[in-house]
Design a protein around this ligand. Structure first.
Ligand code: ADP
Ligand code: MG
Length: 395
């Protein structure tokens, strides 16, 4: 362990009274935008719940006993409580995060604790302004190490695991908002994965204002027509005196994985935004290119999506949310390309006259259901589990 990391580890161990009796920090395993995560040995792993109490001046926040078994852990405990894992992940949330944001993450994690494909919150501690969350340590391999080697059935198994997690999370009306490979910890040898990182997650509908994408098509057309007539003064380029109301919407997430409705600032976002992100993961695997999208900002992200889907479909997608989309960029055509074409290109098979295998075609059909530009038509996690492609992932 290098000096600076060791220094941070010492600081963490000293910040919490009694920490060294409970955990032995082993190494740093992750550093994100909102936290640093360490692997640690739980020194009291053979004991149960009440051993978690630290000193009185530490607030303890602990969920009730857990019922179902955790993926990879034995479920043979007679009292149906989850066996405490020997190794844990300690997520040290940066002190600059707002208390509301931290509470939100812990509460949502608590709500989804009974799903085998979500890393369950064991407990959390606060000492002054520092909060740490304790999760079971989930062994996993860096996505970049295995995604190029995945066969189509491997992809189905991987996605089945991810969609099981999402189906559970979505049934609790929670949007994860940050689905991407680093937040799905997958072990290719056991073919199991767990969803982590509820730092940006939110309850469906809590912050949303009605968006016209939920109107019926006739109503939507009328609204668009009135809006168009009201602003019918023709102009070229960017309007200098823009009198349109500015749009505000939750844009949290990671570049390249944001759904079109997030880019169009839809004010009524649903769990379907997570499905789009899974689509981007599948596109990455099928095309063997990571990152597939590499935009620096939302406008670039729209350009990348428009390059695939074409102006016509992108315009229709924008109109769903009351947005105009247009582009004079020569590489963006009216009709775009089929996903099959894109995959053949990126795997250098377009010159050889090769076509996709039947299994790959099934995967592409599934991909097109995940990457529907209209969230209302996009497949849900529950429906996805019944799709013939994900059925390839059944044992
Ligand atoms: P952030 O909000 O900073 O992105 P995450 O919860 O995504 O925090 O954790 C960051 C990284 O730490 C993950 O990408 C993963 O590599 C590692 N990590 C997080 N939780 C666990 C866990 N339960 N087991 C093993 N590694 C984990
Ligand atoms: Mg993360």
């Amino acid at each position: 362990v290098d000096g600076e990391i060791q220094n941070d580890m010492d600081k963490l161990q000293d910040a919490f009274p009694g920490f060294r009796d409970k955990f032995r920090l082993i190494k740093r395993i992750g550093e994100g935008t909102f936290s640093t995560v360490y692997k640690a040995e739980d020194l009291q792993y053979d004991r149960y719940d009440n051993s978690w109490d630290l000193d009185k001046d530490c607030d303890k926040w602990s969920p009730p006993p857990l019922k179902s078994s955790f993926a990879g852990q034995s479920s043979s405990t007679a009292d149906h409580r989850r066996r405490r894992p020997k190794y844990v992940a300690i997520k040290k949330i940066y002190v600059t995060s707002s208390p509301a944001r931290i509470l939100n993450e812990l509460e949502l994690l608590h709500d989804v604790r009974n799903c085998a494909s979500v890393a369950p919150l064991i407990t959390a501690f606060r000492h002054t302004d520092q909060v740490v969350a304790i999760l079971p340590y989930c062994r996993h391999t860096d996505f970049r190490m295995y995604f190029r080697k995945m066969t189509v059935p491997d992809m189905a198994i991987y996605l089945r695991s991810l969609f099981s997690a999402l189906s559970f999370v979505h049934s609790r009306h929670i949007l994860h908002r940050d689905v991407k490979p680093t937040n799905f910890l997958y072990d290719p040898t056991t073919q199991r994965g767990v969803l982590v990182d509820f730092g940006l997650a939110e309850r469906e509908g809590v912050e949303s204002k009605p968006c016209m994408c939920h109107d019926d098509p006739v109503q939507r057309k009328n609204r668009l027509r009135t809006a168009h007539q009201a602003s019918s003064v023709p102009h070229n380029g960017y309007p200098k005196q823009d009198t349109r109301p500015s749009r505000r919407a939750n844009r949290a997430g990671t570049r390249g994985f944001r759904a079109p409705e997030v880019l169009f600032k839809c004010t009524e976002q649903t769990t379907k935004i997570d499905i789009w992100s899974v689509g981007v993961i599948l596109l990455t695997i099928l095309s063997r290119r990571f990152p597939f999208f590499n935009s620096a900002d939302d406008v670039e992200a729209m350009i990348e999506i428009a390059t695939i889907f074409g102006i016509k479909r992108m315009r229709a997608a924008g109109q769903l949310h009351g947005c105009m989309f247009d582009s004079t960029i020569p590489t963006i055509g009216q009709g775009g390309f089929s996903l099959e074409r894109i995959i053949l290109w990126s795997t250098c098979r377009s010159d050889t006259g090769e076509t996709l295998s039947d299994e790959e075609k099934m995967a592409v059909d599934f991909l097109s259901r995940c990457m529907e530009l209209d969230p209302a038509r996009r497949i849900s996690a529950k429906e996805a589990l019944d799709h013939e492609f994900l059925r390839l992932g059944l044992d």
